[in-house]
Write a protein that binds this ligand. Sequence first.
Ligand code: 5AD
Ligand code: SF4
Length: 486
Amino acid sequence: MTQTPQNTKKLFIKTYGCQMNVYDSDRMADALAPHGYQPVSDIATADLVLLNTCHIREKASEKVFSELGRLKELQAERRAGGQDLLIGVAGCVAQAEGEEIARRAPVVDMVFGPQAYHRLPDMVAKAAGSRHLHPALRTPVIDTDFPEEDKFDYLPAPQKEVVIKRGLTAFLTVQEGCDKFCSFCVVPYTRGAEVSRPVQQVLAEARGLVAGGVREITLLGQNVNAYHGLDEAGNPVGLGQLAYLLAEIEGLARLRYTTSHPRDMDDGLIAAHRDLDILMPYLHLPVQSGSDTILKAMNRRHTRDDYMRVIDKIRSARSDMALSGDFIVGFPGETDKDFEDTLRIIADVGYASAYSFKYSTRPGTPGANLDGQIEEAVKNERLYRLQALVDAQTTAFHTSCVGKTLPVLIEREGRMAGQVGGRSPYLQAVHFEGSTDLIGQILPLEIIGTSTNSLVGKLTQAGLNNSDISHDTTRKSVSVDESRVA
Ligand code: 5AD
Ligand code: SF4
């Protein structure tokens, strides 16, 4: 066993919210690694705890304040034992409520927004440097600026061993922020204006991930299909074109992206779905509501028919496309008829999965000032009915896969002994009886049944022969480091 160096410090990051926060947490860990911080999974042993927060709905930020209450006790215990604990709040709650956090929770040493992650090592040094001061004299380090510089130019790439440890699938943020200003949403305020990373920066990061054994990359952005990063000649490149470039990386077997806006689902991206096997046939395309009146009040800038036309185009390019969406019930002014329109669009589209939420008033957004706020009981009832419809569609979609053979990227041990599991092209979890030696491969599995939220598979003869059937048969299988098959 390797000895932990004396100067190693332990870092615990708790991540709330979306996949971009998961990605950001990894980048924060990467930024602190050269300064001796090693991630740990037990918060009680940490020298530095970072809460990477989410502000999208009300409950999300309340959770942060209750966690800070628990951390206060942990910090007191550590201090009583002659040790210390630094606490930082990152993410969108920090961005939106930096001063409020510092006031409500003096236990916090650092508060910083998503655009300041590259400055984290400096902030930690500054916070640690003021520990000798009496608590009454200490002020938290607050950094919620939207800096001029591009944080990605300063954030270090993860070490190869770290990529290997993180697994076969990885997130890669290509675009951040949003200029759409839907009237319910805090993202344009917390993440700022839409910014796309340059093409070469994205390709370099993707190559690094693949060199570390990653087989599937999910491109992330709050409005990912609005991506317009510049190439070396200074020309903007759309997400579709970026997908063609990523498809050339040898060893990369699967590509996904999330989250998209219907208005940005352009012909280039739809063509990429037609042409590229690497691009998985699963699309998260939120519509939020099926009522044109509500879509207008939400400032979505598309109608129900616009959305349906986009869906038709996508399905003409890729007939097996599985669709997913987001829905909000109880937006101010939503009548029974508006809600019925939402149920109708769900029935018309036929979703493989969907996420649904009760409208939550977000201070500072235009929706917060609208008349006609909906009673909680009505929201509950609508959410219940909507989720019942979506659940039935998800079950029907899973059931329609039974009897088919699907290529599954085998990612991990299953929950039961002797099982391994992975994902279908449609992002369904699939588990089957098999050896952990198969982890890292894409194998054809016959789907023989369904269980709650997942599929049950069986290795086919081709799979038993242990052949890798990534869609591009010319692609070589990546050798997977033993350490990920722990
Ligand atoms: N209330 C409820 N749901 C919301 N979402 C965003 N803002 C709100 C809000 N104020 C949902 C939308 C979005 C998803 C990420 O969260 O459906 O697509
Ligand atoms: Fe929020 Fe998405 Fe609308 Fe942007 S497009 S404001 S991120 S819901």
